[in-house]
Design a protein around this ligand. Sequence first.
Ligand code: AMP
Length: 214
Amino acid sequence: MDIILLGPPGAGKGTQAQRLQAKRGMIQLSTGDMLREAVAKGTPVGLKAKAVMAAGELVSDAIVSALIGERLDTAAAHGAIFDGFPRTHHQAEALEVLLGERGRKLDHVIELVVDEDELVKRIIGRFTCAACGAPYHDQFHMPKVEGTCDACGGHEFKRRPDDNEQTVRTRMAEYRAKTAPILPYYESKGLVRRVDGMQSVEQVATAIDAILDS
Ligand code: AMP
């Protein structure tokens, strides 16, 4: 099964993708994670993407489509969860070609419907354990013991450099202008399912499970 999780930054796509990966063995394909890895390693793609990402703008369609193409076969057996891709019409078309070449097709496009102002609060407060990646939040989910990761006991935490208010607003604007307009394309194919993304993580997970099991 191949699915897209669609929604603005901070809607919970990554959290739900990780859960589906752990629970169902599907593979999370997050272009944001791939790009952050490329930036950290200083690859040619990373060097091109760094400033664009810091500004909250979109990296070129050619770069992200190539990244997905390189990883798609790793997700052949158990299905892919596209997280943060596609973000434009061109990317949606590129994905269709990449899947078609492999005899695959999308099963669902799950839109996480959220309130933008609430999202800005969610994003600005989030941080993760530097060692194991466990997610936390200044307001909603602090470690039980201050300065110690609940999951692995680590003491170092990190924040994404693009999780500041100004960049988040640009990322939201990019979503509205370029990504939300691809929904009608998938609607015309009867693929879109909507989930209220303002519910708790567990409630959102239950709603996604119901769609995948239907
Ligand atoms: P994310 O982790 O999905 O929020 O992505 C972080 C940043 O990476 C975005 O703000 C963009 O600059 C870039 N990015 C990630 N995925 C894409 C994509 N599919 N198309 C263009 N840029 C992307």
